[in-house]
Ligand binder design. Structure first.
Ligand SMILES: Nc1ncnc2c1ncn2[C@@H]1O[C@H](COP(=O)(O)OP(=O)(O)OP(=O)(O)O)[C@@H](O)[C@H]1O
Length: 258
């Protein structure tokens, strides 16, 4: 088994009287796709928000590359090597596809306000590098034909691909995908699944995927973690988790299992 890139250790989150995460612990081995599943209200988004430092756990620790991330501010997560996409897209609708992808790489550049204002040569070079990298991602994600269009003119499926490109522009070691299949049709979902596996294999990116679309999770995950009412109820290969009695019970009678 590969080393754990992410190690979630006994995380507890309480909102008033609600225990949204109750001693959740699991690891994500480097170079794998890990699926995080659970019925509505299970705590998946809350866990994602802990991983991107929007929430602070009441108890427990989250370790990335063997270091705790709990004192790292949310805006510094990209510098650490953790990228994410959002359930509701967070793009700039009137900006072109390529410019949106460039935004994702900005944190990797060092120019300050003054050098930007003066357009010093270092700034021009950095912009050039960002643009070159954005074009590489445009090609990689099959967005060439729409690269100059404003994002608002694209189908939802293509907009989701742009968001993936923007997250990849920050060179993440770990990519957090929050319901990437939400709102996509069947063909788009097949394409997305292949793309996520390629991102793992070609770019060495480890992926943690929160997703309701069960067939996608089971098809592309190396490992699946299931939570229900804030507790981990199963962890293992897709086949192991699919036949786990607690998982079957949690999904029975819900509309989540697809
Ligand atoms: N900011 C908050 N304040 C109070 N309660 C919250 C907050 N965020 C989440 N909760 C509660 O925590 C629990 C877990 O919610 P969470 O959104 O993490 O579930 P989820 O698994 O992501 O659900 P879904 O699949 O519907 O997105 C729920 O009971 C929810 O109502």
């Amino acid at each position: 088994m590969a080393n754990a890139l992410l190690d979630v250790q006994d995380v507890v989150i309480r909102f008033g009287g609600i225990v949204a995460l109750d001693h959740v612990a699991f690891t994500v081995p480097e170079g794998t796709v890990c699926g995080l599943i659970g019925p509505n209200g299970a705590g998946k988004t809350t866990l994602f928000n802990c991983l991107s430092r929007l929430y602070i756990p009441n108890e427990g620790d989250i370790r990335f590359k063997e270091q705790s991330i709990l004192s790292t501010p949310a805006h510094a997560m990209a510098d650490l090597g953790i990228g994410r996409t959002f359930q509701n897209l967070a793009l700039f609708p009137s900006m072109s596809v390529v410019k949106n992808i460039m935004v994702g790489g900005h944190h990797t550049k060092r120019s300050d306000f003054l050098s930007n204002a003066l357009r010093l040569p270092t700034v021009t070079r950095e912009e050039h590098d960002l643009e070159e990298q954005a074009w590489e991602l445009v090609d990689y994600l099959g967005l060439h034909e729409v690269a100059h269009l404003p994002v608002a003119a694209l189908s939802f499926g293509l907009q989701k691909r742009v968001e993936l490109g923007r997250a990849l522009a920050s060179h993440p070691k770990l990519l957090l995908l929050d319901e990437p299949a939400g709102g996509l049709n069947h063909d788009d979902i097949d394409g997305l699944g292949k793309q996520i596996q390629q991102i793992r294999d070609d770019r060495g990116v480890t992926v943690l995927l929160v997703e309701h679309h069960m067939s996608l999770v089971m098809a592309i995950s190396d490992k699946v973690v299931a939570i229900d009412f804030g507790r981990k109820i199963a962890e293992g290969t897709p086949a192991e988790v699919q036949r786990d009695p607690e998982v079957i019970r949690a999904y029975l009678g819900t509309e989540d299992a697809q």
